[in-house]
Design a protein around this ligand. Structure first.
Ligand code: AHG
Ligand code: MN
Ligand code: MN
Length: 326
């Protein structure tokens, strides 16, 4: 993308960058509306009530006031955008229909505030968004037309893909998102890992994989927030996040529609991979809004190694780091 005379690449704002993508105006408008809504979520995170809302979500998890407020901010913005057909939220029990017709419209699945329980200890949290053309939200993630997340950390950043590269924007002092990284790419293999879930509930294959990573000298980097943990693997371009099946929770914890599909779409378009241990996350055909799946996501060689261990294919690690195939 060439810059207009006198402007550096860092003055390219989100709307301008989206307009240079081969996408229709309605999608540009929708993604800019989501970016605008995130500014109200930021305000809620920074100053809002940290208490419980007295309600629970689809998963029976207690909702925080911030979950409910962030969800309301996102939903209102999507409804008033005029280009949304159906909405699904991690915080809503069922699909919300904005408009019946699907022509030229989009459907959105989102997690309005992922990691909300981390806000009261001042750790980074985020909003995760998955966008499909038309009105069907129970499609394989590979059919997404766009995926994005907003990370509320020391800086506020927004990362998106519409299938042609992964691009990062950072919020400036005027609360505008300006381009800071373009066409982010991941290495084939990395040296950091983010192991979610209770280790004493890991299956043998996952335990062996973690030992393999430790023997390789990989560094453990886990904050408990899916968005900052994925962002770290993506922006450092080297590493893997996992939230495996656990004893008692064969599908792990993370949600296919609201968390796994958008992140898998972004990571794959940065040259990485995302698997449930058997098939790519993006090939899962969701059967329900609340479907969960185990996930191994990040550098493609690391994901390949993880799935081999999970499927019993890697027995011992030879000293020189190559494996004895079982
Ligand atoms: P949410 O706050 O939307 O429910 O998501 C929390 C998720 C995700 O952010 C993170 O990867 C995972 O919970 C951490 O789970 P554990 O606390 O079990 O590690
Ligand atoms: Mn979440
Ligand atoms: Mn959430």
């Amino acid at each position: 993308m060439s810059n207009a005379p006198g402007t550096s690449k860092f003055q390219i704002d989100l709307r301008r960058h989206l307009r240079a993508q081969n996408i229709c105006d309605n999608l540009v408008h929708l993604m800019c509306e989501i970016a605008e809504a995130s500014k109200y979520v930021i305000n809620a995170v920074r100053t809002g009530d940290l208490g419980v809302a007295g309600t629970s979500n689809l998963y029976g998890e207690e909702q925080l006031a911030l979950d409910v407020l962030s969800d309301r901010i996102m939903r209102k913005r999507l409804i008033h955008s005029g280009v949304v057909c159906n909405i699904a939220s991690e915080e809503m029990d069922e699909i919300y229909q904005c408009q019946a017709s699907a022509d030229g419209l989009y459907s959105v699945a989102y997690d309005p505030l992922d990691g909300s329980s981390l806000v009261d200890v001042n750790l980074a949290v985020g909003t995760i968004v998955s966008i499909y053309a038309g009105c069907d939200l129970l499609q394989p993630g590979r059919n997404q037309v766009a995926a994005m997340y907003i990370l509320y950390g020391p800086r506020v950043s927004l990362v998106y893909t519409v299938g042609d590269g992964v691009h990062e924007f950072t919020m400036n002092n005027l609360m505008e998102f300006t381009l800071t990284r373009e066409n982010v790419k991941m290495a084939a293999e990395g040296n950091i890992y983010a192991p979610g879930g209770l280790r004493n509930k890991y299956n043998a294959g996952d335990e062996k994989f973690i030992r393999h990573l430790e023997e390789k000298g990989c560094k453990l980097r886990y904050s408990g927030g899916f968005v900052p943990d994925i962002n770290q693997v993506l922006m450092k371009g080297k590493g893997l996040f996992m939230y495996p099946a656990l004893n008692g929770s064969p599908n792990g914890k993370l949600r296919v529609l609201f968390e796994l599909n958008p992140m898998a779409f972004i990571i794959e378009h940065a040259g990485g991979a995302a698997s449930n241990g058997s098939i790519p996350i993006l090939d899962i055909v969701p059967e329900s809004l609340d479907q969960r799946a185990p996930i191994y996501i990040g550098c493609r060689e690391d994901v390949k190694t993880a799935t081999a261990f999970v499927n019993g294919g890697k027995q011992e690690v030879k000293m020189e780091g190559s494996f004895v195939n079982g």
